[in-house]
Design a protein around this ligand. Structure first.
Ligand SMILES: Cc1cc2nc3c(=O)[nH]c(=O)nc-3n(C[C@H](O)[C@H](O)[C@H](O)COP(=O)(O)O)c2cc1C
Length: 357
């Protein structure tokens, strides 16, 4: 157990919207595909979040799809219609009972959506071998879907929503010249490519302003750059980040492989997190990626307001207290079933590596 007294991330936080959070540790969004076949919250979802929200300040429920063509995988959580509200309400309650705040990540997998090809087709900004391009009407529908999903999250008792603009999901597909080849007002120059993400944020904020009777947070998650030639550059996401700062969202979450990774498409090779920190004066940052011990937290303390943890939390829900994640500890830990995840999945995650440091 480490001495945690007076450490920045242990202190109570107040978000711009007024939401009070007991500490700055975050269960990163994790799509563990535990839901029922139609995306309804399952007992396994409830159990997993009960086990994993006991020490963090924020629990971000990962990848809730906003319409039936937006799902990441079979077993992802749905917020695509009003029937989902009852289950989501139970989930938010379960998280609140552990003293954490509940954020619902709203997502659309776009070109990469998991759809039943007999009935539907995946859709994105431009066609691919397995998806078609959205027309203007369909884009408008998606913007509305994010608005409706936000209303459901509010009705279900969540404390906020996070827009999934990272990990090559739809919002990133619109941002990236690699996946967006449109020639209308939604493609081409950066001014056009940011339009869908920004209009979605604005719609979500409108819904919050009209519907939420309590502090309700709006966050945005992005992947700062793509490595392939012709992909998203750091300058593109910095412009988006400045626009999000002007819109006064509550936090910007950076999805990284390694929290201190150097920029590869920028004007400097400084760590990405440092560049964002230097550029954004008022927008609180959250960061995830390879945070494994107290030393990592000390490195991050200057640059980030929130610390998000994925794999360390999956294996050790007490991580914010003891801050260790090593093989010996995992072997001693509660069984996968008790953690609410399947042993096969645990093995897969361990073999993917990146957990130990
Ligand atoms: C099993 C699993 C599921 C994930 N699901 C999501 C997701 O639904 N949404 C998302 O934005 N990121 C997702 N991620 C990425 C994590 O939020 C996090 O950024 C990543 O695991 C790096 O942090 P870590 O090194 O602490 O694990 C997932 C990661 C894992 C391992």
């Amino acid at each position: 157990m480490v001495n945690t007294s007076q450490f920045k991330f242990d202190k109570q936080q107040t978000m711009r919207c007024g939401l009070q959070v007991r500490n700055a540790f975050v269960l990163a969004p994790l799509d563990l595909q535990l839901s029922l076949f139609d995306g309804t919250v399952s007992r396994n979802d409830l159990w997993f979040h009960q086990q994993h929200s006991q020490t963090v300040g924020l629990d971000i429920v990962g990848s809730a799809y906003v319409n039936v063509c937006a799902s990441t995988a079979s077993g992802s959580i749905s917020v695509a219609n009003d029937d989902t509200i009852a289950g989501l309400h139970q989930l938010a309650q379960r998280i609140h009972q552990q003293g954490a705040r509940a954020i619902l990540q709203l997502s659309h997998a776009g070109q990469r959506a998991y759809v039943d090809y007999r009935y539907r087709t995946a859709m994105g900004p431009s066609p691919t071998a397995t998806s078609v391009a959205m027309n203007r009407f369909e884009i408008q529908q998606v913007i509305n879907d994010f608005g409706r999903a936000t209303k459901r999250a509010i009705q279900a008792g969540f404390d906020g929503v996070e827009l999934q603009g990272a990990n090559r999901f739809l919002l990133q597909q619109f941002m990236s010249p690699y996946t967006n080849h449109r020639q209308d007002e939604f493609g081409g120059s950066l001014v056009h490519r940011v339009r869908v993400p920004i209009q979605i944020v604005q719609r979500v904020q409108q819904v919050v302003a009209h519907t939420a009777q309590r502090p309700f947070a709006v966050g945005y998650r992005l992947s700062p750059e793509e490595r392939q030639p012709g992909g998203l550059r750091l300058i593109d996401t910095l412009v988006l980040a400045h626009l999000l700062e002007a819109l006064q969202i509550d936090y910007l979450s950076l999805s990284l492989h390694q929290y201190h990774q150097p920029a590869v498409t920028g004007y400097t090779v400084s760590p990405v997190i440092q560049i964002f920190h230097d550029q954004l004066k008022t927008l609180p940052l959250m960061v995830a990626g390879g945070i494994r011990n107290q030393r990592d937290l000390l490195t991050l303390a200057e640059e980030s307001e929130w610390v998000a943890l994925g794999k360390p939390m999956i294996f050790n829900p007490d991580w914010p207290k003891d801050r260790r994640c090593d093989i010996e500890q995992m072997q001693l830990m509660t069984s996968p079933e008790d953690l609410g995840i399947s042993p096969t999945y645990v093995r897969q995650l361990l073999h993917k590596g990146g957990v130990v440091k």
